[in-house]
Structures are given as C-alpha cells and as structure tokens.
Design a protein around this ligand. Structure first.
Ligand SMILES: [Zn+2]
Length: 153
C-alpha cells in the first residue's frame, strides 16, 4: 500500500514539473502566459499567448493549447486530460475548458493575484464558471505561484 503522504509528495513534484514547462512556454508568449496539457503524466501539448502575432484576441495560451491538441487528436473533447496554466483561466478560457471537458485545471497565479498587480483581467474566477456549468472540474491553484507572478515583474 502506498503511503498517503508519499502520494501527496509525488503529486506535488509532478505538478511543479509540468508547471515549469508552462513557465518556459510563457516566456515565448506575447504576454507571459503559458499552458501545458497532460494525460497519464505525459505532455500532450504546449502553447503560449499569441494575441499580438496572430492579431487574435482569443489566442490565449489555454485556447491555443486546446486547439493544438484537439486538432492533433481530431476530437473536440479532452476528458481525462489536465491543463496546467501559469495563470488561472479567464472566463473565455474557463468556458473552453468546460466545453472540452478537461478533468482538471492546475494554475499558478489567480485572477485576483493579477488584478493586485494591475493586470487587465475579468474578475470572475474559473470556479465560478465551472460551478454554473454542467461539468465537475477539479481546480488547484498556487502551484509555483511566485515563479508565475515573477513573469509579470
Ligand atoms: Zn484566457
């Protein structure tokens, strides 16, 4: 039997590993946001914000990573996948997560954290979007929060 604390330590190590990949991706973005989608502890897709270079206001890291993966697997749904994102998904991205049916959202900083740094944000948490939807998506916040916040300084 696996010790429960051991399981928690391994989970935290995995979460930090994938968040570091999202952080690296964020550094390539037009704005410092990165996202990684993972299934069975393997990276399925990586993306970052391309709003400026694509002249596309919807080209957030989460939308981009979802589009890359759903095109790759030729399916619009992502049940069983986890999305790692350096910042909590905005209402548009949280809604996209609902439509694709990702199983879990793991984020670094919260929308509230970014508002505290005077970043332009819509003040609705991803939990609020999920709560009003037909999905039950697990949300974990604060993974490598300081590193994710440092992208904005
Ligand atoms: Zn977004």
């Amino acid at each position: 039997m696996i010790d429960h604390n051991f399981y928690l330590v391994i989970t935290k190590m995995n979460q930090e590993y994938f968040m570091r990949l999202a952080l690296e991706a964020a550094k390539k973005g037009d704005w410092p946001y990165g996202a990684v989608i993972v299934k069975d502890d393997e990276v399925a897709a990586v993306a970052y914000n391309t709003v400026q270079r694509d002249s596309d206001p919807s080209a957030h890291a989460e939308i981009n990573v979802i589009r890359i993966l759903t095109a790759k697997i030729s399916k619009p749904t992502l049940e069983g996948y986890s999305i790692y994102t350096t910042c909590e998904p905005c209402p548009m991205c949280a809604t996209a997560c609902v439509w694709t049916g990702v199983s879990e959202i793991i984020c670094g900083v919260s929308i509230q954290d970014l508002i505290s740094l005077n970043q332009a944000q819509i003040h609705i948490s991803c939990e609020e979007i999920i709560a009003k939807s037909f999905r039950n998506i697990k949300v974990t916040k604060g993974v490598l929060k300081d590193e994710c916040l440092a992208l904005f300084k």
